[in-house]
Design a protein around this ligand. Sequence first.
Ligand code: CTP
Length: 436
Amino acid sequence: MSVLQGARLVVGVTGGIAAYKAADLVSKLTQAGALVDVVLTARAQEFVTPLTFATLSQRPVWTDLWEPTGTAAARHIELAAEAQLVLVAPATANTIAKLAHGMADDMLTAIALATAAPLVIAPAMETHMLAHPATQANLALLRERGAHIVPSEEGRLASGMLGAGRLPETATLLGAARMVLGARGNLAGRHVVVTAGGTQEAIDPVRYIGNRSSGRQGFAIAEAARDRGAAVTLIAGATELATPYGVTRVDAPTAQAMRDAVFAACAGADVLVMSAAVADFTPETVAEQKIKKRAVAGGDGAGLVLRLKRTPDILGEMHAAADQFPGLIRVGFAAETQQLREAGLEKLTRKGLDLVVANDVSQPGSGFGSMTNTVTLFYKDGRVADLANMAKSEVAERIWDAVAEMLAQHEREKTRKDSARAGVKGSTSDEQSRWH
Ligand code: CTP
């Protein structure tokens, strides 16, 4: 289940032209199952109307701190108490200044002052206002107090100028909200490494051997780990997908590059999930110039013979080097077109894995390019779980449920060993005290 499902959010919209983009944000948050209380500042209402947001959020919109009747006078306190996250997007220089200095002269700033929920701020303004030392100092102050600032982007601004200060795309803001909401999840303090996408093995400067992997499942796995509080390194092969917010991406287009990136990233990591479709073979030699058909031995009409050699088996090498990565949980994938069970179990033992995620890529709604997946989980301890067809994001959650359980198990074993060791030490010193 997504971290946004059922989450209580206050979204503050302030008076900049980017306020119109907040409508899309509120729509997407609501679609993801969040309960969004929108607060508009007076200046925001010059650009957008409460009706826009009430329609999208299906909830009342708050504009006035000074409602005269009933319990409504304490509404900002109620909203502040119920919120799990306060997200200000777009945040103008003026609102940022007020937030930094603890002013509370409208509904939004009063909620921000009264809440214990984390604060996410997405500044959007003209380049010079953003660069001004006053704004920068205010942002630094907010950051110091624990607020999360989503960096604004460079691009075309409302003034017609090109520069920094644009409100990031909705996907980025959603990513930031999810990351901050999940910061204390069951992977908090963990470092996980995820590989995704297919590799491309060069034949000549213009051609390569590739595969149909889209990277979607791996990217969803990386996002889901981020949403549970993990620090995520995403090693990406060939994919069109944008880097998820808050995730460290390393591009590794070939099997060899991916092998090196995995070994480097796994030092000190807790989990490796190899969801990338790594080529098993690569051309023995890469032609320096584009191969011309006329130049192929035999001339016109003759076939081209490519000699291929094995690539490094990354999971195999990680298995052999397990001593270098103590405690690392290794998850492998098995993309098959037949005999799923045999292949899944065989990979589990041969590659010394803790978990294998196997799918039949020939089934509709499963595997390459699809938004959904039907997988079977094979655990090291012999358990097998056949999952129904579900969104790749949901498959990602199931994988992390399984891994989080293994991490907790490791933790318990470690505590038991530590206390046994402390017990031995304790008895030694008891004995010593008896002897001396
Ligand atoms: N994998 C890897 N290094 C490779 C190839 C694959 O680490 N050179 C990883 C994949 O990321 C996946 C798992 O190994 O997690 C299974 O990949 P697959 O290619 O299906 O397995 P193989 O061991 O190559 O077996 P087979 O060719 O028999 O399917």
